[in-house]
Design a protein around this ligand. Structure first.
Ligand code: AMP
Length: 427
C-alpha cells in the first residue's frame, strides 16, 4: 500500500515525499480512507504509531478541496484538542509539514505562557487550530476564538485528557461546536468512561485499532548515561571510542543541534554528517546513501528527518538528548535492531531531562540500565521553576530584539529606496 493508493492529493503527496514517507503506517492505512469518506472515527492508537498524520492528512485534504468550493477565510474550520503543550506543538508542526504545499494555515494555543502571541496569530486568520483545553476555553471566554465554523473536530489522547482532569472543559468545548461536523476521537486505551465520552461526540463511528508502540522497546538493549549539558560533546566522543560502534544514528532534537554535533565529530576525525528538514532533498538523499553504504560512521538526524530512514542492519542508536514525549523514545530506539539484528540504544541525559527518563521508564515498563563507568557524571541540578521562567523570558527578549532590529533594517532600506527614486525623478 502506498499513499497514492489512498487517493491523497498531489500537494500533500509532494510533502510526504519530501519527508521521505514511503508508505502509510497501519493506523494511516486504516483511518485515512474512512476520514476521507467523511465518517466519524473512534481510533484506538497512541503517539508513535503515526496517528497524527492519520488525521492531519485527510483533514488537510478536505480543507484543500473545500477551499475551492466555499472559501471562508479567517475562520477556524478544524479544531484539534490534545492534553499537553508538547503534543499540541507537535501536532501543529505536523499540519505545517504535511500541508506545506496546500496554503492551509494553522496555529497552536496552550497554557503556561503569555497569550499575546497566540491571540495575534489567531487574529491573522487560521484554518486549523490545535489547542489544549484550558487555554482554549479561556480564549473562547475572552472572545478571541469562535468555533461556530468548525467542520472537522479531533479529540486526541482522550484517556490522558480524562486522567488530567479535563473532562468538564471538554464537555464545555463540545457545546460550542456546530452539530453538523465530522469528529475523530483517539485514545490509547478504551475503558468504559472513554467509550461513554466518545458516544457524546461521535455519530455512528467506525472503529480502528493498532497495537501500542511501547512493546518494541523490549527487544533492544538500552543504556543510559546521566551527565551535564556541557559534557555531552565529550561524552559522545568518549562513547564513540568504542570501535564496535561503527555505524550509528545519533538523534538531536533540533536542526542546529544536529549540525553542531556533526561538526564537532568531524573535528575529532569521526566521519559524520547531519540530515534535517533544512537540507535540500538531494543533499539528504546523498547523505543517506553514504550512511547506508557505510561510508559514514555517524549520521546525526532530527526526529522528523529520521522517520523516513529505514536501515536494516543498524545496530546502534544514540539519543544525544532525551525526547520530551516518551513514545518518541520508543520510536527512536526502534530504528535499530531491525531485520533480526540486535539493537542497542545509548541515551545521554542532562539534568533537565531526568524527568523525561521517568516518563519513558513508565511507558516501557522497565528501568533503563545506567552506565556507572562514566567519566562525565551528572553533577548539575535541574533548574528551578523560577530559573526556567527567567531563562524563557531572556530568550523571548532576545527574540523580540532580533525581530525589532530586522524590522528597523527593512524600514531603513525601504526609506532609502524611496529617497533614491525621488532623487532620480528630480534629476
Ligand atoms: P505520531 O504517532 O503521530 O506521533 O507519529 C510518530 C512519528 O512517525 C512522527 O515523527 C512522524 O513524523 C512519523 N511518521 C508518521 N507517519 C509516517 C510514515 N508514513 N512514514 C514514516 N514516518 C511516519
Amino acid at each position: 500500500m502506498n499513499f497514492e493508493e489512498l487517493k491523497i492529493i498531489e500537494p500533500i503527496l509532494k510533502a510526504l515525499k519530501k519527508e521521505n514517507y514511503t508508505e502509510p503506517t497501519s493506523i494511516q492505512e486504516k483511518a485515512i480512507p474512512l476520514i476521507l469518506n467523511k465518517m466519524d472515527v473512534l481510533g484506538s492508537a497512541q503517539t508513535g504509531t503515526g496517528k497524527t498524520a492519520a488525521f492531519a492528512i485527510p483533514i488537510l485534504q478536505h480543507l484543500f478541496l473545500d477551499h475551492h468550493r466555499k472559501s471562508k477565510p479567517q475562520k477556524i474550520k478544524s479544531l484539534i484538542i490534545t492534553p499537553t503543550r508538547e503534543l499540541a506543538i507537535q501536532i501543529a508542526e505536523s499540519f505545517t509539514t504535511y500541508g506545506q504545499f496546500t496554503g492551509i494555515k494553522n496555529t497552536v494555543v496552550f497554557g503556561g505562557v503569555k497569550q499575546g502571541p497566540q491571540t495575534r496569530a489567531l487574529h491573522k486568520g487560521v484554518d486549523v487550530l490545535v489547542a489544549t483545553p484550558g487555554r482554549l476555553l479561556d480564549l473562547i471566554n475572552q472572545g478571541f476564538i469562535k468555533l461556530n465554523c468548525v467542520e472537522y473536530f479531533v479529540l486526541d489522547e482522550a484517556d490522558r485528557m480524562l486522567d488530567m482532569g479535563f473532562i468538564n472543559d471538554i464537555r464545555k468545548i463540545i457545546t460550542k461546536l456546530p452539530k453538523r461536523r465530522q469528529s475523530l476521537f483517539f485514545s490509547a486505551t478504551m475503558p468504559q468512561n472513554i467509550v461513554d465520552l466518545s458516544r457524546t461526540i461521535l455519530i455512528n463511528p467506525k472503529k480502528v485499532a493498532v497495537s501500542p508502540v511501547s512493546s518494541t522497546a523490549e527487544t533492544i538493549q538500552q543504556s543510559l548515561y546521566y551527565t551535564n549539558k556541557s559534557s555531552k560533546k565529550d561524552l559522545l566522543f568518549h562513547i564513540l571510542q568504542d570501535k564496535k560502534i561503527n555505524h550509528v544514528l545519533v538523534f538531536s532534537r533540533t536542526k542546529r543541534g544536529a549540525d553542531r554535533i556533526a561538526r564537532n565529530l568531524k573535528k575529532q576525525n569521526i566521519i559524520a554528517a547531519a540530515i534535517h528538514g533544512d537540507k535540500a532533498q538531494g543533499n539528504r538523499q546523498k547523505t543517506l546513501t553514504k550512511f547506508k553504504t557505510l561510508e559514514l560512521r555517524v549520521l546525526v538526524a532530527t526526529d522528523i528527518a529520521a522517520r523516513g530512514i529505514d536501515i536494516d542492519k543498524l545496530k546502534y542508536v544514540i539519543n544525544y538528548d532525551i525526547p520530551n514525549i516518551a513514545e518518541m523514545y520508543v520510536h527512536r530506539i526502534g530504528r535499530s535492531g531491525r531485520a533480526g539484528e540486535k539493537g542497542n540504544s545509548i541515551s545521554m541525559c542532562e539534568p533537565e531531562e531526568n524527568i523525561y527518563i521517568k516518563e519513558i521508564e513508565k511507558l516501557i515498563d522497565q528501568k533503563i540500565k545506567v552506565i556507572k563507568e562514566n567519566p562525565f557524571p551528572q553533577t548539575d541540578k535541574p533548574m528551578t521553576a523560577k530559573e526556567k521562567r527567567e531563562l524563557a523570558k531572556a530568550k523571548e527578549q532576545k527574540k523580540q530584539a532580533f525581530f525589532a532590529a530586522k524590522k528597523r533594517k527593512k524600514q531603513n532600506k525601504s526609506n532609502s529606496s524611496k529617497f533614491s527614486k525621488r532623487n532620480k525623478k528630480q534629476i
